[in-house]
Design a protein around this ligand. Structure first.
Ligand SMILES: Nc1ncnc2c1ncn2[C@@H]1O[C@H](COP(=O)(O)OP(=O)(O)O)[C@@H](O)[C@H]1O
Ligand SMILES: [Mg+2]
Length: 243
């Protein structure tokens, strides 16, 4: 893909992951995958095919058994755990199926968490950025509320803002709509799409919902630890039309 010479936000090289010793379980068996800045990719595949493992490796939450993950040009295999955590904190945001908001804190405090736990804390501009995002996802009047006072969809939107707090280049989302009904799921998905186009943040999103996947720019299919298909949604749709 032509990306004006920008380096991929993430690239994997023969990425393999085995859980356990000896034969163990090979969850990934040689994955070569890269994400260009601003791309919106859906990852689909059966349960147990390796999607979450792939996301965890891409996000440097866990180390591969072999192969390498290059994040924003940095080979993660050369970094110690501290260096890895710093690179993650600067570059990547995470959204999970369950929001993991902390109920002892307000919505605003939860969304600020990635910034406030950093050495030096958050700047005034960062606080304004997070407030702006909360307003953007429709939570302007919920900033002081506790997470349990929100609906499921609102909680997931607060978690989305938390993932965006550090202004990441890449957001990894593991079934972010999996715990929502289809209407709220579609709302959250649309919001991710909008954040992607407005801020140019790349997304890699695992979903079970084929209809949502079709709304991505690119679909990657995972089967038994391999990528078995990787295609550009728009291009395929145009080819269909021209048949
Ligand atoms: N922490 C773990 N320990 C052992 N096996 C695991 C672990 N996590 C995942 N697996 C195994 O790795 C394979 C891929 O799992 P996963 O990446 O969670 O797939 P998916 O997200 O596509 O459902 C499965 O066989 C799963 O049982
Ligand atoms: Mg999974």
């Amino acid at each position: 893909m032509d990306n004006n010479g920008a380096i991929p936000v993430v690239q994997t090289v023969n990425l393999a992951k085995r859980y356990g010793e000896g034969v163990g379980t090979w969850a990934l068996r040689g994955v070569n995958f890269s994400v260009e800045p601003g791309e919106f990719t859906a990852v689909v595949g059966a349960s147990g095919s390796g999607k979450s493992t792939m996301l965890n490796m891409i996000g440097a939450l866990d180390r591969p058994t072999s192969g390498d993950v290059i994040i924003n040009g940095k080979h993660t295999s050369t970094l110690n755990d501290e260096g890895l955590a710093a690179l993650r904190g600067d570059t990547i945001g995470f959204i999970f199926q369950f929001h993991y908001l902390l109920n002892e804190f307000s919505v605003l405090e939860n969304a600020m968490m990635p910034l406030s736990i950093r050495k030096g804390g958050a700047s005034r501009d960062e606080l304004e950025w997070v407030k702006h995002l909360l307003a953007k996802v429709g939570l302007a009047d919920k900033m002081k509320a506790r997470p349990t006072q929100l609906s499921g969809g609102q909680q997931q939107r607060a978690a989305i803002v938390r993932a965006l707090a550090n202004q990441p280049k890449l957001i990894l989302a593991d079934e972010p709509t999996g715990n929502l009904d289809s209407q709220n799921g579609a709302l959250v998905f649309d919001m991710l799409r909008e954040l992607n186009s407005q801020f140019g943040i790349a997304f890699v999103l695992v979903t079970h919902d084929d209809r949502l996947a079709q709304e991505a720019e690119r679909i990657v299919m995972v089967e038994d630890g391999h990528i078995v298909a990787d295609y550009d949604v728009v291009k395929v749709e145009e080819e269909f039309k021209s048949v």
